[in-house]
Design a protein around this ligand. Sequence first.
Ligand code: HEC
Ligand code: HEC
Ligand code: HEC
Ligand code: HEC
Length: 212
Amino acid sequence: MNARTQFLGVLAVVAMAGASAQAQISTSRHNFSTYGWSRGEICLPCHTPHNSNVDIGFLWNHALTNATYQMFEGGTGTAELNIDSRSRMCLGCHDGTVALDSFGGMTGTNFIGPGGNIGTDLRNDHPIGSDSVYPDAGRTGSLNPSAPGPYGTRTVGTGTQKVGLRPWNDNGTVKYTVGCTTCHTVHNAGNYGHMLRFSNASSALCLTCHIK
Ligand code: HEC
Ligand code: HEC
Ligand code: HEC
Ligand code: HEC
């Protein structure tokens, strides 16, 4: 292969990588287009170009949850008061109380299956919201201090990876907490297993925050 064909080969690989980067949600479990209730679309169950929910933003189209949760530390809470707003969007499908096809003002009948249903008892899930304020003053020895701004960063391989802490409004005071999108990306950006923000090989995700 001469230098020119080699160069074209590299270009082709880059172009292919670019194409798949454009289509990460389509290969994920958030591509609902094969389900009858989705009307054959990917984005529609979550977003709409018109008549969206302006309170939550992001042109949101899905019904939100009104569930009461048992929080990690055992107290009760709601998504609206105790958990950041993006996790609230996730829980509108993932706590199992609101149907997947409750979008666009419709009340649906198809609920998430056991594989995706984390339920309303959050005692058995990694703490989020009011039970995961970060950094925790009482835990300075076991949690990495967060980098400037609402992120913890960690060098993994050649790159700096970020976990996104989520702002949460504690009676008028903004605090930064762990939320679903701290660890996951909803559009499967990066295409890592379980739609994680980056690979959890060697528990790199967990070690971003925990000194262990
Ligand atoms: C399962 C629900 C879900 C689906 C399906 C979904 N999104 Fe999103 N989207 C979200 C959530 C939640 C946010 C809030 C920001 C975040 O967490 O990334 C968001 C944010 C966005 C944003 C603003 C922030 C950004 O990342 O640029 C855009 C644009 C967007 N989505 C476009 C799309 C498009 C286009 C599709 C269909 C190909 C789609 N989304 C499918 C849940 C979804
Ligand atoms: C419109 C409903 C809906 C919303 C909103 C939604 N999801 Fe999902 N999600 C699903 C369904 C359905 C599945 C597939 C579950 C199954 O396979 O049983 C799923 C699967 C997942 C999975 C498993 C992926 C895997 O490969 O193991 C993760 C992680 C996930 N969702 C995270 C999120 C997060 C984080 C948010 C919010 C930012 C979110 N979801 C918002 C419906 C939703
Ligand atoms: C501290 C990081 C972290 C947070 C916060 C987090 N997850 Fe996860 N989640 C993970 C990891 C890691 C996995 C993969 C677990 C494994 O390897 O089996 C996972 C797996 C999942 C799965 C797939 C379950 C399965 O058995 O495959 C779903 C669905 C999910 N998460 C939804 C959520 C939702 C919804 C939230 C917010 C309420 C959330 N996650 C918050 C780290 C997190
Ligand atoms: C963004 C930072 C962050 C990431 C990433 C993270 N955690 Fe946490 N974790 C916290 C915070 C904050 C708490 C709340 C309790 C505290 O202050 O220690 C917590 C609590 C815990 C606890 C419970 C401690 C107790 O008091 O019972 C365990 C166990 C844990 N995390 C394990 C994990 C594992 C495993 C992962 C990877 C899948 C992970 N964490 C990822 C920040 C993080």
